[in-house]
Design a binder for this molecule. Structure first.
Ligand SMILES: C[S@@+](CC[C@H](N)C(=O)[O-])C[C@H]1O[C@@H](n2cnc3c(N)ncnc32)[C@H](O)[C@@H]1O
Length: 280
């Protein structure tokens, strides 16, 4: 028997509750293809059986696994190019000047997927800001999906992934070939760490980030969830920090929190300082 319309509505609601991602219940084949592996793992006969298990069990891991399976993990090295020019020419020089006394930089690749964004940042730092070798620099990648976080930690990429956005010069310098895969150098790995994290669940981190890259994820969220994430990012940014969104994204619904600026053909955002709040 096939799933009913109400089963797809149920799945859509479950995914949104777990991850804030809005998936139209009419996209039945998307649910079917993405959840097929989970049908087998859960021991169900088909998708309808999986929905039955989800409805009757309060199994948090199974509910989470459904949300993770529905995420879109598309990414690439130096994705969209221009934001990395902006970082190299404007944002990082300013941050380095601001932080020269502490010699510390904290960068968050939020919704990092398989790690190409974090490693691209690491390459940018090593290539253009050699003085940072003596600084305390951390690039922290977080993502809802455990699978992509594991992938990012391994730092091994296939030919197709290497061919997308990575200049040959950087490939040769920062990767080691191992049969069909290329592994990120230990130097870059040492700058990056990856952990599972849901953007909708406030974290208990005590330090503030100087730079947050939050790209190509909020476009899947509803307006109230986007607003909640902007509040949380604002809370986590240092007062003179920077926020970079994806090309198709804007912080238009959070203008009391962020001021938009435009340079190098890109928008980026500065937090509006809130005197009441105690910032780091
Ligand atoms: C399209 S990828 C973008 C990756 C990268 N930021 C980029 O721009 O190339 C979106 C990522 O967001 C993650 N994601 C979706 N919902 C999330 C949530 N609620 N919390 C954390 N990560 C989430 C997905 O797992 C996916 O890896």
């Amino acid at each position: 028997m096939a799933c009913s319309d109400s089963d797809y509505v149920y799945l859509g609601k479950l995914v949104q509750a777990q991850s804030a991602n809005v998936v139209d219940p009419a996209r039945k084949t998307l649910f079917e293809s993405r959840l097929q592996p989970l049908v087998r793992v859960a021991g169900a006969a088909n998708l309808e059986g999986l929905v039955g298990l989800l409805r009757e069990s309060r199994s948090a891991p199974l509910h989470r696994a459904v949300a993770e399976a529905m995420t879109i993990n598309e990414t690439s090295f130096f994705r969209d190019v221009k934001p990395f020019d902006l970082l190299r020419d404007e944002v990082l020089p300013q941050l380095i000047e601001q932080r020269s006394a502490e010699r510390r930089l904290r960068i968050w690749s939020a919704a990092s997927s398989t790690g190409q964004e974090a490693y691209s940042l690491a390459m940018l730092l090593v290539e253009h800001f050699p003085q940072l070798a003596r600084w305390d620099v951390r690039i922290i990648g977080t993502d809802l999906s455990r699978e992509v976080i594991e992938y990012a930690r391994r730092g091994r990429y296939r030919r197709l992934e290497m061919n997308r956005g990575l200049p040959a010069k950087l490939l040769v310098k920062h990767f080691r070939r191992d049969e069909d895969e290329w592994e990120v150098s230990e130097g870059l790995k040492a700058l990056c760490e990856f952990e599972v994290g849901n953007l909708c669940v406030p974290s208990v981190r005590t330090f503030a980030f100087d730079l947050v890259l939050l790209r190509n994820v909020l476009l899947y969220f509803s307006k109230p969830d986007r607003t909640a994430v902007f509040r949380e990012v604002h809370r986590k940014l240092s007062s003179r920090g920077f926020l970079v969104l994806g090309n198709a994204e804007q912080a238009e619904d959070s203008t009391e929190l962020f001021r938009a600026e435009f340079s190098k053909d890109c928008y980026f955002y500065r937090p509006i300082f809130d005197e009441v709040r105690n910032r780091i």
